[in-house]
Structure formats: C-alpha cells, structure tokens
Design a protein around this ligand. Structure first.
Ligand code: PHE
Length: 454
C-alpha cells in the first residue's frame, strides 16, 4: 500500500472511518474529557459539550472533510488552491502550528500512559488513594523521566510516519476500537457497583445549572469538543484528502462523531463513580492527574486488577498513538506538499522541533516547575499549552473554516463535492444554516465572552 505522502486513498469507507476514529479517539476522550468535566462542574459541562458537538463540531467536521477531498492537499495547500492569491492559506498555517503545539503536550501525557503500563502490571502503583496520589506526584516530579517518555512516544510516531501509514493505522484501529470499548464497558460496570458510585453518577448526570453561563465552562466545553474530534487544525481535512470520491462523506462524519462521543461519555461513567468511591475525592482538584489517580484504585478492586490495569494502559497508549500520528501528519504533509521536502526530512525535522517544545511540558510538574510556571497565571506549562491550543486555536481554526466554506468558497460548491458520484447529502439545508450562521456566530460569541470575562 502506498504511503500517505504519495497520496493513496483509504481502502474503503470502513477504512476511512477507522482511520478518522483512530485520530479522534485518544487521550482527549479518556484523559481530557473526565478532567474537563471535573473542572467544569460535572453534568452541566457534559450538556454544553454535547450541544457543541452536535451544533458546531459535526457541521465543521463535514466542512473539513469536503475541503480535503476537493483539494486533495494539506491544509495550507487546500486553502490556497481554492482561493489562490488570498490570505486564506493562513488558516491552514494555523492548523500546522496547532498540530505541533498540541502534539508537544500530548506526547507527555501519552508518555505517562506508557509508564503506567509498567507500574500497573508490576503492582508498583497500589494501596489507598493517598498512596496512589503520592505515587503520581513523585513520578511526574521526575522531569527527565517524563522527557524521555515523551521522546519515546514521538520517535515511535515519527517511525510510523516514515513507513506506510494508512494500512497500518487501519489495521491497528480495527483491533483497537472493539477492544477499547469492551474494556471500558467492563470497567464502567465495575465502577457502578462500588460504594459511593451513586454520588459520582449524580455528579456526572445531574446538572448544576448555576454554571450554565459560566464563560470558562462554555469555552472549555467548546475547546474540548474540537480537541476530541480532531477538528479546527486540518487533521480531518488531511484525512479527507485521502477519502475516495465514491464514499458518503456524511455517513463517515456521523460515524466518527458518534463513536468519539460515546467513548468520552463512557470514560466519564468509569472515572466519576470510581472517584466518588474514594473518601474526600474532589474532581475539580486533580487536574491532569485525575485518571492516573483514580483508575489504579479501580483496578485494585478487580480480581486480576494488575492485568486489567496493564491492558487498559496498553490500549490507551495505542489510542494515543493513532492520534499522535494524525497530529504529526499535518505539519509533515505540509512540509512535503508545500515546501517539497522529502518525507524523511520532514518527519525528522518536525519531530525534533516538537520534542524541543515538549520539554517544558514534561518538566512542568517537576523540580523546575517554578521556571515553567507563567507569572500571574498560576498553572503549569502543560495546562497552559492545553488552554491556548484547545480553547482558542482550535475554535478559531473552526470558525475560519466555517466562514471560508459558508461565505467564501460557498456552500453550493461544498454540496456539489458531497454529491459527486451520486451520493446524497441529507439535511443539506440544515447544514448550510449551521455552517453559515450558527457556527461562526456561536464560536465568536463564546470566544469574545471568554476574553471579556478574563
Ligand atoms: N482527538 C485526539 C484525542 O482526542 C487529539 C487530536 C486533536 C488529534 C487534534 C488530532 C488533532 O485524543
């Protein structure tokens, strides 16, 4: 099978759905979503998140896939091909930067997941909640270890991109998704039967409407939806550029969104009941360590918990890798398509750059935390990177994509592309309204509201 750089196509619609879901499902679902729900006040965050997914992200997913399939190029190439001589290529450039920026902190967390395969398998991380929390603190305080693990994740990703990508991604994801769903279901059932689970479920499902208009919550939900669906930075555009003209874009988009959202919701059904079964648990206080503090506790309540734990972190690491591949592919495809670099040169240089950017995130919880803490913001570098890229860069990328498709390139062109080869575009009127009016207005209002409230 050809490598992506030689512009192959996915072997079938199922192949595309698998690859796009591989990009979407990752740390964003299992690590990011519960963490954000915890900080956003529980069920009210979930509600706003779902609204963002359906009303804003699904239409933008269609728009990105359409752009990619029409242009058959990387994001920068796509925007400049469809509007030559304009500045629209900058939207693609923002995506290329976002890919590198997100990958820089993503690889650190993926590295933690790698380490936890070992720690859970060997029984190193056990005991009561305090012991498990302390373990995580000591582990992340070891900056050089986090740096090394991030390097391992990045070199593995780079190595995959050097070889043929799509047959590999398709094959891995085909096994990964069902295995991950099965394991998550087992864990959710176990979590629901723990003492204290009811309080966790209530927190997760019963909204506290007093935070409905909290700008920080709305902004975080929007950013999380973009991040989890790999939107707003051209990853789906790039994947769409390998989608065959005969396939229905709309069905593919709906599948990916449904699968990704179910996985995130399922992760919440594991984390909150288990968390609340621990005395004194505060979901908003744990930050990026939430799943690493809660899950080992859950595994310890299961027969064969070490095995379950190791299997879980293996699957999580693989899910993270199918996402890091798509994150790295955006800047790499850009260097190949636009700057005419060889794939080898592009992979090596981009991976090195991202690694350098990953170092402060990896050290952020360690001895040099003081250095990487931004004055006045009071959060670690990793959290700050997450906020900048997820909460601002991705929604802005999505906003500009919506404006481009809705008003510049125009919706009839997009509908035409969806309907090539006789595929139908159900609800095209509704989609046009969403992409032209709802997405741009809603995203602008949320961003302005967030900035003003800062
Ligand atoms: N969607 C991925 C996840 O949830 C992360 C990602 C974001 C991948 C943006 C590609 C582009 O883990």
């Amino acid at each position: 099978m050809a490598t992506i750089g030689q512009r192959g196509t996915w072997s079938s619609r199922a192949g595309f759905i698998l690859a796009a879901s591989g990009s979407a499902v990752g740390l964003g679902n299992i690590w990011g979503f519960p963490t954000q729900v915890g900080q956003g006040g529980g069920a009210v965050f979930v509600l706003i998140y779902l609204a963002c997914v359906v009303l804003i992200c699904l239409p933008i997913m269609v728009a990105e896939l359409v752009l990619g399939r029409r242009a058959q190029l990387d994001p920068v190439g796509a925007f400049s091909m469809l509007r030559p001589g304009s500045s629209w290529w900058l939207v693609g450039a923002l995506g290329v930067l976002a890919g590198a920026g997100i990958l820089s902190f993503y690889s650190v967390i993926a590295g933690w997941s790698v380490a936890y395969i070992w720690y859970t398998a060997t029984g190193a991380v056990t005991g009561d909640a305090d012991a498990i929390g302390t373990f995580f603190g000591t582990f992340t305080a070891n900056g050089p270890l986090s740096v090394g693990l991030a390097l391992l994740v990045l070199t593995t990703t780079g190595a995959v991109l050097l070889g043929g990508v799509q047959s590999g991604i398709e094959r891995v994801t085909k096994l990964l998704m069902p295995a991950l769903i099965a394991l998550l279901l087992i864990l959710a059932v176990r979590a629901a039967t723990l003492p204290g689970a009811a309080a966790g479920l209530a927190y997760y499902l019963r909204p506290d409407f007093s935070r409905l208009l909290d700008p920080a919550v709305i902004n975080a939900a929007l950013g999380q939806a973009f991040f989890s669906l790999s939107l707003g930075m051209g990853a789906m555009l790039t994947y769409g550029s390998y989608l065959s003209k005969r396939e229905s874009l709309i069905t593919a988009a709906c599948w990916v969104v449904a699968l990704d959202t179910s996985m995130a919701l399922l992760a919440g059904f594991i984390i909150f009941p288990s968390g609340f079964s621990i005395e004194g648990f505060d979901p908003s206080a744990s930050g990026p360590g939430l799943i690493f503090a809660v899950l080992p506790r859950l595994f310890s309540t299961l027969p064969g918990g070490q095995l379950f734990g190791a299997a879980f972190f293996i699957l999580l690491t693989m899910a993270a890798l199918t996402s890091t591949i798509s994150l790295l592919e955006v800047p790499v495809a850009h260097c190949i398509d636009v700057h005419k670099w060889t794939r080898r040169k592009a992979v090596i240089l981009v991976t090195t750059g991202v690694f350098l950017l990953a170092i402060p995130s990896a050290l952020g919880n360690g001895a040099v935390a003081a250095l990487t803490r931004m004055p006045g913001i009071g959060v670690d570098f990793l959290t700050m990177m997450g906020t900048i890229w997820n909460n601002f860069a991705l929604p802005v990328g999505g906003l500009l994509t919506a404006v481009f498709v809705g008003w510049v390139w125009r919706v009839d062109q997009a509908i035409d592309e969806v309907e090539t080869h006789g595929a139908s575009f159900p609800a095209k009127r509704l989609w046009s309204v969403l992409i032209r009016y709802v997405c741009p207005v809603a995203i602008s209002v949320i961003i302005v509201y967030t900035i003003v409230s800062l």
